[in-house]
Design a protein around this ligand. Structure first.
Ligand code: ZN
Ligand code: ZN
Length: 227
């Protein structure tokens, strides 16, 4: 229950990013927070706001383990950076609870890594738990069980998380006529992977330019013929 006790204090949402930036500022806090740790803290707050808004769709177990990781980190952080004693900010029962969950998490992670080691599979970093436990072939993380669709980039064919594909349809020519929308996509797909974005946009510009040149030549031809 320590999770919910700590979570249900929405009044304490002092702007997190601001706080981290202040702590890292050599003139104010001068606390060394690595980018990985910063990401952890931000993820923790993300999850917390999801919880307070009841929008989460994670299993109870996953949430508990996630918080164990975060609390484990915070305890370490308070002690090492702020020189606080554990008893100053968490009671013994809660502390034991965290330690137990941290160990459970570690065990489960080891099991997931063993599972991966037995297979010849492509592994990506999971967007949910940030561990290298996402099995591309199963489109699922074998640690936190996050499912994520994987799509081939229509331009280069490389596999990507669906959420990493970028919509480039703003580069198409859109026209609205009497309530109807028509679009000239120049033979391109709506999305492509981050690697292909600039090339795809350039290609659209090239096609648009050559079509314009063609149209101009055509106009000139008809103009000359009509003389
Ligand atoms: Zn995961
Ligand atoms: Zn691509």
């Amino acid at each position: 229950m320590f999770i919910y006790e700590s979570v249900d204090k929405p009044d304490k949402t002092v702007s997190l990013r601001c706080a981290i930036t202040r702590l890292r500022n050599p003139l104010i806090g001068n606390v060394s927070i690595s980018d990985a740790d910063k990401l952890k803290i931000e993820k923790a707050f993300e999850l917390r706001s999801e919880l307070t808004h009841f929008e989460f769709n994670h299993s109870h177990e996953h949430i508990e383990l996630k918080f164990a990781e975060i609390f484990g980190f915070m305890i370490f952080f308070y002690r090492s950076q702020l020189a606080l004693q554990t008893a100053d900010f968490i009671d013994e029962a809660q502390h034991n609870n965290v330690i137990q969950l941290v160990n459970t998490r570690k065990e489960l992670l080891e099991r997931a890594k063993e599972y991966i080691a037995e297979r010849d599979d492509i592994i990506w970093t999971c967007p949910e738990c940030s561990e290298n436990t996402f099995l591309v072939s199963e489109q699922q993380c074998c640690f936190c069980h996050r499912k994520e669709q994987i799509f081939d980039c229509p331009t280069c064919g490389a596999e990507n998380f669906e959420h990493d594909l970028i919509d480039i349809s703003d580069a198409f020519d859109w026209a609205w006529d009497e309530g109807r929308t028509s679009v000239q996509s120049f033979g391109m797909e709506v999305v492509c992977c981050p690697e292909c974005v600039s090339e795809a946009r350039e290609k659209i510009d090239d096609i648009r330019r050559s079509q314009y040149d063609e149209d101009m030549a055509m106009e000139e031809y008809h103009f000359q013929k009509g003389k």
